[in-house]
Design a protein around this ligand. Structure first.
Ligand SMILES: [Fe+2]
Length: 221
C-alpha cells in the first residue's frame, strides 16, 4: 500500500490517477521542442477533451510479471507514471501481442515476453477515436523484431534502458525519459538487455491500421 492509499482506492480512481500522470508527462515532454513535441501536446489535448470513461474488464498476461522487476523510478518520471501504472495495474486489460502470429516459432520468444494495455482509444478507458495510447512491457534480453504500421507513433521510455532502431539507422540506447518518433510506415525494433522495458506509446492517425512484422530479426548491433 502506498502512502496516499492508492491500493485501497477504487479501480476507477486509480485509472484516473494514471490518466492524469500520463497527461502531465506528455505536457512536460512537449516543452522539449523536438520532433515529438507537437504530437505530445496534441495527445494531451485529446485526453483533456475526452471525458467519457469505459473501464476495461481487467485481464492479466504472463509478461506482466516483468512489471515487478522494473528499475526504480527515476527523476525523469516526475509525474510518477510508473507508480501510477503499478497502482492501476489490476484494473487494466492487458493483452498479448500479435495473436495472429501464435504458432509461428520465429516470434515465440518475443510474444512470451511482451504485453500491452491500452489507456486511451476507441475502447477506453479514455474513450476517443482520435488517439490510441498504450503501455508496453517487454522482458529483458528480448528482441521486438522489426515491424511497421501506418500510424505515426511516439514512444516515451518510462522505465528501463533498451536499444532501439529506426529503419536502417544504428541501434541507439534510449534511457528513461527518451521520446522516440516513428513516422508512418518506418520499420522499427527494440532490443532489451538486462532489464525490462516499460514504455508508453501513442498513435494519432490510422488507428485501425495493423502493425505487421517486416522481416526476420535484425542484427543486435
Ligand atoms: Fe510501433
Amino acid at each position: 500500500m502506498t502512502a496516499d492509499g492508492a491500493a485501497t482506492s477504487s479501480p476507477a480512481a486509480r485509472v484516473e490517477r494514471l490518466i492524469a500522470a500520463v497527461v502531465a508527462a506528455w505536457r512536460a515532454g512537449a516543452t522539449r521542442g523536438d520532433e515529438a513535441s507537437d504530437y505530445l501536446e496534441a495527445a494531451a489535448a485529446v485526453v483533456l477533451d475526452s471525458p467519457e470513461r469505459r473501464l476495461s474488464v481487467p485481464s492479466d498476461q504472463p509478461p506482466c510479471a516483468h512489471l515487478d522487476d522494473l528499475p526504480k523510478p527515476s527523476a525523469v518520471d516526475p509525474a510518477a507514471v510508473t507508480g501510477a501504472l503499478l497502482a492501476a495495474r489490476d484494473a487494466l486489460a492487458w493483452g498479448a501481442a500479435y495473436p495472429e502470429l501464435a504458432g509461428d516459432s520465429r516470434y515465440d520468444t518475443f510474444r512470451a515476453a511482451y504485453a500491452y494495455t491500452e489507456l486511451v482509444g476507441p475502447r477506453g478507458p479514455v474513450v476517443t477515436g482520435r488517439l490510441s495510447a498504450f503501455f508496453t512491457i517487454q522482458g529483458p534480453g528480448v528482441l521486438y523484431p522489426p515491424h511497421a504500421h501506418p500510424a505515426p507513433e511516439v514512444y516515451w521510455v518510462v522505465a528501463g534502458t533498451a536499444r532501439w532502431r529506426r529503419g536502417h539507422e544504428d541501434w541507439v540506447a534510449r534511457p528513461p525519459g527518451s521520446f522516440i518518433f516513428h513516422r508512418s510506415g518506418l520499420p522499427h525494433s527494440t532490443q532489451t538487455e538486462n532489464e525490462p522495458l516499460l514504455a508508453l506509446a501513442f498513435w494519432t492517425d490510422h488507428l485501425d491500421g495493423a502493425s505487421v512484422m517486416v522481416g526476420d530479426a535484425a542484427p543486435r548491433r
